[in-house]
Ligand binder design. Sequence first.
Ligand code: SAH
Length: 361
Amino acid sequence: MNRAVSNLRARHVARLGSFCASSSSSSSPASEAWDGRFRLHKPRGQHLLTNPRVLDAIARHAALRPGDAVLEVGPGTGNLTARLLASPAARVSAVEIDPRMVDAVTARASALNLAHKLTVILGDAVETDFPEFDVCVANIPYGISSPLIAKLLFGTYRFRTATLLLQKEFARRLVAKPGDSEYNRLAANVHMVAETRLLMDVSKRDFVPMPRVDSSLVEIRPRVDMPEADLAEWLAFTRECFGQKNKTLGAIFKQKRKILELFKRSHRTKRCADDAPGRGVILGVLDDDNDEACSDDDGNDDNGRSDVVAGFNKEDVGAFKERIANALESTELAGKRPSQLSNDELLRLLRLLNERGVWFQ
Ligand code: SAH
């Protein structure tokens, strides 16, 4: 074990002692403290949560009910798993990528005499199909936050809540409201299908080894009353809007390249109204925005013909551009930035654009 980890561990064990003296944390034969039996891999997000009070609080917030099937992602050595197994939940399925951790969490459950409630699946949580679950509770590796939440919310899973420990900044974006500086495509897309709630902040000092970032616990609750919308179309629309979230919608939809791209998409020979978003699309829908510059050059050579633009009839493209401008005008959204708008406002604009033959996917 390297010295940094060893020092951290010594400090942490000392702190755990004082926590245990004053807390009524669930008693478990195996301690939360990390015994250094193998090397933890930071690139795999292997930062174990070792503060029993925080672990208890996460289990409490998850509000597990008798009979619940729980999904945990990245159980590690089982500090949180032990609480989930001791809860009224009927069973816990844990997906873990590291075989050493699989062994550790399995041994932990056996030591607690709760192995019969646990199924450990060795695999990458982004790729592996999950078994059915009612509630997801996890301190996940932060590197997979976006694809994992996208998989949970835009896949085929039906569940009551996901209570996730996430990097603090990411959590702030997830619960941001329109007009907040953190509000972006992630928040808009998640809020389309779920409600989010910040439950508590967790210090980086509660982990071994200590990460560079603080964390926050967030509850994600899928909506029962989803707005009527074609999800794939919505996701493609928000990609266009939030790709340049600091520009006004008027400026975004005036760009020649964008108009031509939308014109092409809108005139595909065969539109499938209920095209479900593909797996690649799903995992990418919550990527962070990049305020990419969009050149106005269409990059096409029309051989000097004045009636053609990028191979299309100039008049048709002009009329298409007009339809977009009119939709923005009639909704009075041309001067607004996407990050200031509620999903209802954005959805109203999308519907109007669709009605006028403007499609985004
Ligand atoms: N939940 C534990 C461990 C958190 S560390 C605790 O709170 O102490 C993150 C865990 O996720 C590690 O065990 C790591 O091996 C695992 N992990 C990392 N990437 C993963 C992936 N793509 N799929 C599943 N597990 C992963």
